[in-house]
Design a protein around this ligand. Structure first.
Ligand code: IVH
Length: 678
């Protein structure tokens, strides 16, 4: 065993004990749960490999948290169960199959789906409509009496109003719900803490926990919390509730806050599955944090038959979305040169599993970002990945430093072409200003041939790099000269005859790509596919665009002065004029086809679409916008009324259903053609 492992274990132990104290005792954690968990796992692994490193004070020896003194214990009327997690459609299906197996054949299941609110379980007792007792979940059997603190929650009914339509409140009612802090409230609270120099909280849940378990209700009141109610735990002297859906509606009628906008009842399992697969995409937009969905068998009689194992009911399950934070080691910082010469520091990382993929690289944004956060090579760093964006390094865990870490600075010369690096006053970015810098050229070529641009199959970053290095490409227009270098290509390693011919064919075919794609491919600042559509939709040809002034360009709806200025400047540059004439000579489409309808025709009027799977270049929102702009509309489920299914990769049950019903299935490319975009 190395001295290094022993030292690392000691440091991890100290750090974890420190953070456990901050979390459990002080309610003031400094790192996220995910960061804590990954450090914990690292120590666990080290100890597994070297059991001699285990000490009595190792946090891995401790199960459960230190009990907090100061609150009166409360026994729950029924065990407060927790939930088993699933993280994929397959696991969800396995859960459902297990449930079906335990029930008599032929039983049809209905499911209620609710957000899994990331807050704290609270158990609320009402006697004759009066809020008499509120408790934390504790260990599931015994919680703590936090009634005084819960009274400060504005959305918690202190007395259930007597509503003639609903009848008198039940004699006794126990409701389970989640107390939480909204994201907005958390942001406000954090800003306040910062300016007052107070404790730092890492997330809304910890802040809510700290507020609820504070011995001074005044403190709780100063941190506004909210409530979502989701379960009737016990009821006496009230209506007989037969299903979860009924229970939710009953809670609404009694005046409890219930998350109606997100709760759903499903009778069709396929629809439930699709809902689970995609719900996570929109969860950032919720006003509170939710780390998944809870799926519950609707019928209470069936719930009872299914029962529970240990602490987990068989009748409910949590569908969790992958965590988005992890901790790993920063091995190096390299500088990348972008298409426009901007230099971006990139983190080279020890590979780590994050949000469903293994990550070994992350962005560090710019030199100021690295300096402000004092991120050093060799540091243990916290990573975050939100949605589809590239992972980013959030911060360094400075407590884990050994003294070997190195401070990083932006180099004074471009790492690729050695040209001096410049920075303009007031700008964050550093630039390599050498237009001939091979790195910039590689990026320009890579972008030009990419899927969203000229879409040349078999041509990617690797080929771009190689052809530039070999001197075959000095400017993007040289791509169309590659056929005259067939022999040289064949001589290159890894280029068989078939591969070369396929590539040359794809290059030749790309000449027919519409002018809008070419305009996008040029990588003019602010000109993406939408702007390219707008510009050519109006000017129709490159010649007309080149002749237009910034003023004229900005007359186009959707084109502001910034875009107009950038486009006009690009066309003014002699080098770009030469580039365009070469592309024209190579036979590319320099104008929109005459018969091509302008964007925005209502060619899909009255048609109903369903979208499934991952599309090659569009997000679901973009596809929906496009369909709607063209007069169609988008629904969630495939039925006999569906006109088309727009399907991408990893399409699931909707695709099967569409096939069964004979609904035509479209690719993104086909839809593009239908609306005249290709
Ligand atoms: S139902 C047996 N529904 O998630 C039913 N729980 O371990 C178990 N949670 O700590 C609870 N939102 O506090 C249920 N809509 C929801 C929920 C929810 C959040 C929490 C609950 C528990 C954890 C599951």
């Amino acid at each position: 065993m190395s001295v290094e492992s022993a030292e690392r274990a000691t440091r991890l132990r100290q750090l974890l004990n420190y953070h456990a104290h901050r979390y459990y005792v002080l309610d003031a954690p400094e790192v996220s749960d995910e960061a804590y968990d990954s450090l914990f796992r690292e120590l666990q692994q080290l100890e597994e490999q070297h059991p001699e490193l285990i000490t009595a004070d190792s946090p891995t020896r401790r199960t459960g948290a230190a009990p907090s003194e100061g609150f009166v214990k409360v026994e729950h009327p029924a065990p407060m169960l927790s939930l088993n997690n699933v993280t994929s459609a397959e696991e969800l299906e396995a859960w459902r199959e297990r449930a079906l197996r335990l029930l008599p054949a032929g039983v049809g299941l209905e499911y209620v789906v609710e957000p899994k609110i990331d807050g704290l379980t609270v158990v609320l007792h009402y006697v004759d409509g009066l809020f008499t007792l509120g408790a934390t979940r504790g260990d599931g059997l015994i919680g703590e009496d936090i009634t005084a603190n819960l009274r400060t929650l504005r959305s918690l009914p202190l007395r259930i109003p007597v509503d003639p339509a609903v009848g008198p409140p039940p004699k006794r009612l126990v409701v389970r719900g989640e107390a939480y802090m909204s994201k907005a409230e958390f942001a406000r609270f954090q800003a306040e803490q910062e300016s007052a120099g107070g404790k730092r909280y890492v997330n809304p849940r910890n802040t809510a926990a700290g507020a609820l378990r504070n011995l001074d209700p005044g403190v709780t009141a100063s941190r506004p919390l909210d409530l979502w109610a989701y379960q009737v735990v016990a009821i006496e002297g009230g209506p007989v509730l037969a299903t979860q859906w009924e229970a939710l509606n009953y809670l609404i009628r009694l005046g409890f806050p219930v998350e109606r906008s997100q709760n759903r009842l499903f009778t069709d399992y396929d629809e439930l599955e699709q809902y689970c697969l995609h719900w996570g995409e929109g969860r950032d937009k919720l006003s509170y944090e939710a780390d998944g969905l809870v799926i519950k068998v609707n019928d209470f009689a069936l719930q009872e038959r299914l029962g529970y194992v240990g602490k987990d009911p068989r009748w409910a399950v949590a569908y969790k979305y992958p965590s988005t934070e992890a901790v790993t080691r920063l091995l190096d910082i390299v500088v990348e040169v972008g298409r426009t010469g901007v230099l971006t520091p990139r983190a080279v990382l020890e590979p780590v599993y994050l949000g469903g993929v293994t990550v070994s690289s992350a962005t560090l944004h710019n030199a100021d970002y690295v300096a402000e956060r004092d991120i050093r090579i060799g540091d243990t760093v916290v990573l975050k990945r939100a949605g589809e964006v590239i992972p980013q390094v959030l911060r360094a865990l400075t407590e884990l430093r050994t003294g070997q870490e190195q401070v990083w600075q932006m180099p004074e010369r471009c790492p690729v072409c050695q040209a001096p690096v410049v920075r303009y006053p007031g700008e964050v970015a550093y630039y390599c200003e050498n237009p001939a810098c091979p790195a910039q050229l590689v990026r320009r070529v890579e972008f030009f041939v990419s899927r969203g641009a000229m879409d040349i199959a078999g041509f990617g970053a690797r080929q771009a790099e190689l052809f530039v290095k070999e001197g075959l490409i000095r400017e993007v227009a040289d791509i169309y000269d590659l056929p005259s270098h067939r022999q040289r290509l064949l001589d290159m390693e890894g280029f068989g005859e078939k591969k070369v011919d396929n590539l040359l064919e794809a290059i030749a075919a790309s000449r027919q790509q519409p002018a809008t794609r070419l305009l996008t491919a040029l990588g003019i600042h602010y000109v993406g596919s939408t702007v390219a559509e707008l510009l050519l939709g109006r000017f129709r040809s490159f010649a007309a665009l080149a002749a237009a002034t910034a003023e004229e360009l900005s007359q186009v709806e959707g084109i502001g002065p910034r875009i107009a200025g950038s486009v006009a400047e690009w066309f003014r540059q002699p080098a770009n004029q030469i580039l365009l004439s070469r592309l024209e000579a190579a036979g590319l489409q320099m104008a929109l086809a005459e018969d091509r309808p302008a964007a925005g025709t209502r060619s899909l009027a009255g048609k109903t679409f369903v979208i499934t799977g991952t599309l090659p270049t569009w997000s679901r929102e973009q596809a929906t916008d496009l369909i709607e702009e063209n007069g169609g509309h988008v629904t969630g489920a495939v039925s006999a009324k569906t006109d088309y299914l727009l399907a991408g990769e990893k399409a699931g049950s909707k695709l099967d259903k569409a096939r069964k019903l004979g609904v035509p299935i479209l690719s993104e490319e086909e839809l593009r053609r239908m609306v005249g975009l290709a």
